[in-house]
Design a protein around this ligand. Structure first.
Ligand SMILES: NC(=O)c1ccc[n+]([C@@H]2O[C@H](COP(=O)([O-])OP(=O)(O)OC[C@H]3O[C@@H](n4cnc5c(N)ncnc54)[C@H](OP(=O)(O)O)[C@@H]3O)[C@@H](O)[C@H]2O)c1
Length: 291
């Protein structure tokens, strides 16, 4: 019985995230070459067996699989400028955050070089890389993830979002929007109960159970309504939500808590109710939001 040796990999960029990625590759036993613009950041990795390349060209030619995690797409293109001939026949997995448009442009540039290109989005902060909550979204050349899945799995669970390189970045922005909405809702709640002396940790124990159970369940139930564009309000109607939002507004005002968030939520519901949809479910608001 034979076992494949861990694939060797180059990591371009040793910021907070690139460093975490390179450590995860080393932890999983992958021979790893690293490069960073500012020298000196590779030392802890070299102590763990990584090879530090002095120049981007040496890092690119060291391995067929290259993972880039730099500040932005301009930095990626700047680092790879002049390496076009060496990139042909290799694979670039770009885990730098950017717009869907930048990802598609970079995929077209790579295709012109004969470079296999996979775009990725990292949905965790550096300490979580390689851990059970780490999810990485990928889209682009369809066979790249299949070929390198065992290597990329060292970073976190790979999720394949198909052949359009822009889709990983699109999900990234959508999911960050969801995260910010959830975090701001949680902070508003913490401010509200905190005004009456409840400690954030007490509130959070109840809030996380509610979010991961009931609220996740609402989302799962409403997704087919969005796809079907029909919004039966058989669980809770927008009229009921609007009345409850009034309580949130008044409770916030009475405690001197900022009302910008509940006002925004109530304004969206009010528009749908004014348009005659008060009997529909909360999912109806997609028609207000998506225009
Ligand atoms: N940190 C997170 O929680 C997180 C989560 C998801 C995604 N990301 C994404 O991961 C990427 C890296 O983030 P980070 O947290 O590692 O940022 P960071 O700590 O600020 O590191 C930025 C990296 O980019 C390099 N860089 C910047 N401009 C450059 C240029 N013109 N040429 C060459 N190298 C350049 C820096 O090199 P020097 O050391 O020489 O400055 C450094 O290696 C970003 O796109 C970020 O959005 C981060």
């Amino acid at each position: 019985m034979t076992h494949d040796l861990p694939e060797s990999v180059t990591v371009l960029g040793l910021g907070a995230m690139g460093t975490a990625l390179a450590h995860a590759f080393r932890t999983a036993g992958h021979p790893t070459t690293v490069w960073n613009r500012t020298p000196g950041r590779a030392e802890p990795l070299v102590a763990r067996g990584a090879v530090a390349a002095d120049l981007p060209g040496a890092a690119v030619t060291a391995n067929r699989l290259i993972v880039a995690c730099l500040l932005d797409y301009d930095a990626v293109r700047a680092v790879l400028a002049g390496q076009e001939a060496a990139l042909a026949g290799r694979t670039l997995v770009n885990l730098t955050s950017g717009s869907p448009e930048q990802a598609r442009e970079t995929a077209a540039w790579a295709a012109g070089l004969g470079l296999d290109y996979l775009d990725g989005a990292i949905m965790i902060t550096p300490p979580g890389i390689g851990g059970p909550d780490a999810t990485l979204l990928y889209s682009g050349a369809s066979d790249v993830l299949a070929r390198h899945r065992p290597t990329l799995a060292a970073l976190g669970e790979p999720v394949d979002l198909g052949p359009d390189a822009g889709v990983a970045g699109l999900y990234d922005t959508a999911l960050l929007g969801l995260m910010w909405s959830a975090l701001s809702g949680w902070l508003h709640g913490a401010a509200l109960v905190g005004a009456d002396g409840v400690r954030a940790e007490e509130f959070t124990a109840v809030a996380t159970r509610w979010l991961s159970g009931a609220v996740a369940g609402f989302i799962g139930r409403y997704a087919p309504q969005l796809d079907a564009r029909t919004y039966p309000g058989d669980d809770a109607s927008l009229n009921v939500h609007l009345a409850a939002m009034d309580h949130l507004l008044h409770a916030s005002e009475a405690r001197g808590v900022d009302t910008a968030l509940p006002e925004l939520l109530a304004a969206q519901v009010r528009r749908a109710v004014t348009d005659g949809h008060g009997g529909d479910s909360y999912a109806r608001l997609i028609e207000v939001i998506a225009k």
